[in-house]
Write a protein that binds this ligand. Structure first.
Ligand SMILES: *[C@@H]1O[C@H](CO)[C@@H](O)[C@H](O)[C@H]1NC(C)=O
Length: 310
């Protein structure tokens, strides 16, 4: 037994050398149990800006980063995991100096689109199609949101805005910014109208989550005019969903921080900050946070409409 352990340690060290690790990076304590571990990576979460990992993802495992054809992305009938190495950006129609990557669209079966918008120097947004509402969340940088009379809001990282369907507005950016945007054809409800909402995640109250341990914030009002909401869900490492959820609502998810395992149907996916998930109605879903830091994700969920009408 001992001989095999030694041989495999030498083999790992040789592999590490091959991949450019200096000798000594592998501190091995080969005792009777034969344990062996790579030292902890320094946590970078304290020195970097919020949501830094979303725009600077770890394409791990590192030695597979440049492996031809390797991706963690998976597209199935009732769910998809769309990881950063497979994102494809192209100019967003009618926007100025902005590259976008549509990650979830009705071609997958969703009733909404979810996309990343990379705004560059002197960039400007275009309006969504007629009768389509828009929600945006700032992941990196700063944008200025203006209405038709030129009244504006500066939106920093962690800020968001909801623009009702047919609400005239523009987003401008002087330097660079990354937004995650959701759009959906508004599901009209008689005698109700939705309104412009501008806010910041840290100003939203923590809500009760009976039977669950994660922390929940909702970015939009829970009232009837709003046909979807955006949840911000926080899990400490080791925390997981109690309910193994199966429900009629659909989801678009962006993992903002941390790492964990997402169960979707019969598949189990390691996920990390920067990953996007599509969940069709009724796909069994469950999350467990792992790693060393908090998991935080942002989640689209359709609400407040009878499934026969939406
Ligand atoms: C723009 O915002 C200001 C301040 O909220 C408001 O008074 C004004 O009516 C808005 N203009 C339009 C066209 O919505």
């Amino acid at each position: 037994m001992r001989e095999y352990t030694k041989i495999s340690v030498y083999a790992i060290q040789a592999l590490l050398l091959l991949f450019g690790f200096p000798p000594g990076v592998l501190q091995c304590a080969v005792g009777d149990e034969g344990y062996c571990s790579v030292p902890n990576q320094k946590a970078d979460s304290n020195s970097q800006p919020l949501y830094w990992k979303v725009t600077n993802p770890t394409l791990s495992p590192e030695h597979l980063q440049d492996l031809p054809g390797f991706t963690r992305s998976v597209i199935k009938r009732d769910h998809a995991v769309i990881t950063p190495e497979s994102h494809v950006f192209s100019p967003l129609p009618d926007w100025t100096n902005t590259l976008g990557a549509y990650l979830i669209t009705p071609a997958m079966g969703s009733h909404f689109v979810m996309y990343l918008a990379n705004m560059q120097d002197n960039s400007k947004s275009a309006l969504p199609p007629r009768d389509v509402e828009r929600f945006l969340f700032v992941v990196m940088g700063t944008v200025v949101l203006s209405n038709a009379s030129g009244i504006s809001h500066r939106l920093l990282v962690d800020s968001f805005a909801y623009l009702p369907a047919n609400f005239e507005h523009s987003l401008k950016c002087d330097t660079s910014a990354t937004l995650v945007i959701f759009e959906r054809r508004y599901s009209v409800l008689e005698k109700h109208i939705s309104e412009l909402i501008v806010g910041s995640t840290d100003k939203q109250p923590l809500l009760e989550t009976p039977g669950e341990v994660f922390e929940l914030r909702k970015l939009l009002p829970v009232s009837a005019p709003y046909d979807f909401n955006i949840h911000i869900m926080d899990f400490q490492p080791g925390e997981y969903l109690n309910v193994k959820e199966v429900h009629y609502n659909q989801h678009g998810l962006l993992l903002l921080e941390g790492q964990g395992i997402y169960r979707l149907g019969d598949s189990w996916y390691p996920v990390q900050a920067g990953d996007v998930i599509w969940m069709a109605p009724f796909v069994p879903q469950w999350y467990a946070a792992l790693g060393k830091t908090r998991s935080r994700y942002l989640l689209y969920k359709d609400v407040n409409r009878n499934p026969l009408n939406s």
